[in-house]
Design a protein around this ligand. Sequence first.
Ligand code: SF4
Ligand code: SF4
Length: 115
Amino acid sequence: MPNYECDKCGACCRGNLLVEVYDLDVWREPKLADSHISLWTRDMTRQTLMDELEQEGKCLIIAGGPDACAFLREDNTCDIYPTRPNVCVAMQAGDDQCQLARQADGLPELRPGGA
Ligand code: SF4
Ligand code: SF4
């Protein structure tokens, strides 16, 4: 894959993509449990929440539809960057998800080398 440089447009965190959070993500960054936009109730105990998340396939959603991620700062950086969810770690500038998110925000396609 060519070398793409993220231009910090923030489109991938602004709700253009569903951002899923799993139990390991919440163990690493407990703040994720308080910021989700899932239909799950927020006042369930942490243990109940973790028990639910440990069931295969269950996750929280922290961004999607009209809702931007609560950790997206005004300058489009991530407030929990060192402990962000795995799905965010796996996101690569220039990949299909990146380009889709940019398209949804009316931004031009990201080009290799930041051009
Ligand atoms: S959509 Fe792509 S270019 Fe924009 S912030 Fe996300 S990874 Fe970077
Ligand atoms: S946790 Fe950080 S990288 Fe992940 S969607 Fe939210 S702001 Fe973006």
